[in-house]
Design a protein around this ligand. Structure first.
Ligand code: FES
Length: 165
């Protein structure tokens, strides 16, 4: 295992070094580089960040700190399923049970990917369907007038289908 990793690391460096070279000494372009990296990879690849750090003279902690400031930048690929939960007044007015169910099921914070890599959870300020509150969106499908337990069941069913593939 260790030997395999050791062999893989130089390959990853070689892969990203030419890309990072374009930013050599250009500290002012760090954010541009991060955006470019995410566009290419869908997330901020660790090996690429290391190479960017070498080229720009910034350490990994600095780069991670910059990236953490922007919600649109992420360190993992998005999950296969996108869950959007409304945190608007209309949806949370009586009880924030939808958010609690999603949080309890996914066990990650908004903006993160579940451990199994299946779900990305996002919070939005309003889904635009307040008359159907409380609401959530699962893979682009708006589900309104949610009842307690329903959000969790939808996620369970989605995970169950994935495991049956
Ligand atoms: S407040 Fe939730 S959809 Fe508008």
């Amino acid at each position: 295992m260790r030997a395999a990793r050791a062999g893989r690391e130089p390959a990853r460096r070689e892969e990203w070094a030419p890309w990072a070279e374009a930013y050599r000494g250009r500290r002012e372009l760090v954010l541009d580089a991060l955006l470019d990296l995410q566009t290419r990879e869908g997330h901020l690849d660790e090996a690429a960040l290391r190479e960017l750090g070498r080229a720009t003279g910034r350490n990994l902690s600095f780069l991670r700190g910059v990236a953490s400031f922007y919600p649109a930048l992420r360190f993992r690929s998005p999950g296969r399923h996108r869950v959007q939960v409304c945190r608007g007044l209309g949806c949370g007015m009586e009880d924030d049970f939808v958010r609690r169910e999603v949080a309890g099921f996914l066990r990650v914070r908004p903006g993160q990917v579940s451990r199994d890599g299946l779900f990305t959870w996002e919070e939005v300020s309003c889904l635009g369907v307040c008359a159907h509150a409380p609401a959530m969106v699962l893979d682009g499908r708006i589900i309104g007038k949610l009842r307690p337990g329903q959000a969790r069941r939808l996620l369970e069913e989605t995970r169950h289908r994935e495991r049956g593939r």
